[in-house]
Design a protein around this ligand. Structure first.
Ligand code: IVH
Length: 336
């Protein structure tokens, strides 16, 4: 144990990003999507849009000097991240050396580190066998592993990197940048789909939602980008988000389960909060065991009883909650 002192405590070096790592604005329905696309057409006349999956992992920036991986930095607060170079070198599909005879002088590749759902399942089985704590979802796993202070611990872990952007080499379009990254040796999770109408976006969105369980990694929406790079400057960026790209988020996934009990947690300030303990249920790759109940009024409002059949939902990084209570005839419940 003495050699483990400091384990889990971050001793990673902070690094300032060359360009801020932006986030994305969100749209949740076709009306909001319509507004975004209409604005783009009005300002640029552009209709070619690139559709990509929105990977639910951890953003990473890779720096290549004359084709050699020299640094990997997490997103952090967007301005400054943490140096995770040694850990990134343990991710099998991150090229240590770019392919080809004429590597760029300097290239920065941005993308997402993800954990395939199957990989997480196997990892959790191994952890259970060793009597260790399991991971609750792929994103937390990616974040936890990549910030590990001991790179050796990442050996054979189910991590993968998928790029979505690069700096240092000018390409005419989003799709051309991705083709270029593929030529340099990066795996693309899927090729971007180029569309030019709202109908096409909605149809791809619906198809992707229907196939979501068949996709091996967690995705929480689509990213819609203006394909022509020259239009990016015209549209510009606000303080945190580019105006030439947006995330079209998927609706939250709901599943039915049963309320086992309610724990009352006392917070630092003395506030008592009810937390529902439910029969474990897998929602989009995450096993939900606890749900937020906010306060005693919420317990009343939902008309909860021990043993109640409930519908729970999980949306992105928000804590899962109970949407409603389903009353079944003759169900075996005990009133609180
Ligand atoms: S593009 C300037 N493309 O979503 C454009 N981001 O909510 C910046 N993300 O921090 C991002 N999949 O980590 C882009 N296909 C994708 C993405 C993607 C996942 C993440 C990214 C970013 C976050 C913003």
């Amino acid at each position: 144990p003495t050699s483990n002192v400091g384990y889990g405590v971050s001793s990673l070096t902070k690094v300032k990003h060359t360009h801020p790592m932006l986030s994305l604005g969100n749209v949740f329905d076709s009306v909001q999507l319509n507004n975004f696309v209409t604005e783009i057409i009005k300002k640029t006349g552009e209709v070619d849009l690139s559709l990509e999956y929105k990977y639910d992992g951890l953003a990473l920036s890779l720096h290549y000097d004359k084709g050699v991986l020299v640094r990997a930095v997490t997103r952090g607060d967007g301005t400054e991240g943490e140096d995770v170079t040694n850990n990134s070198k343990m991710i099998a599909n991150i090229p240590l050396q770019l392919k080809g005879d004429h590597p760029p002088e300097y290239l920065e590749v941005r993308g997402e580190v993800v954990v395939p759902r199957k990989g997480l399942e196997l990892l959790n089985i191994q952890l259970v066998e060793k009597g260790l704590k399991t991971y609750s979802n792929p994103r937390n796993t990616a974040a936890g592993l990549i910030r590990n202070t001991d790179s050796a611990k990442l050996r054979n872990k189910p991590l993968a990197f998928y790029p979505y952007d690069c700096y240092g080499v000018d390409k005419n379009s989003v799709s051309a940048s991705l083709d270029y990254l593929s030529d340099l040796g990066f795996d693309l999770f899927s090729k971007p789909k180029i569309v030019n109408s709202i109908e096409e976006i909605n149809s791809f969105y619906q198809d992707t939602i229907n196939d979501r369980d068949k996709i091996s990694i967690d995705i929480d929406g689509l990213v819609i980008k203006v394909n022509d790079s020259s239009k990016h400057d015209i549209l510009g960026t606000n303080s945190k988000e580019p105006k030439w790209a947006i995330a079209y988020k998927f609706p939250p996934v709901e599943k039915a389960t049963k309320l086992k009990r309610i724990d009352w947690q006392v917070g630092r300030t003395g506030v008592v909060t009810p937390v529902g303990v439910v029969e474990p249920v897998n929602i989009g790759g995450a096993v939900i065991r606890n749900v937020s109940l906010y306060n005693a009024n919420e317990v009343k409002r939902l008309n909860l009883s021990l043993g109640s059949h409930v519908v729970v939902c999980r949306r992105g990084d928000v804590i899962p909650k109970i949407v409603k209570c389903i009353r079944l005839l003759n169900s075996d419940v005990c009133h609180l």
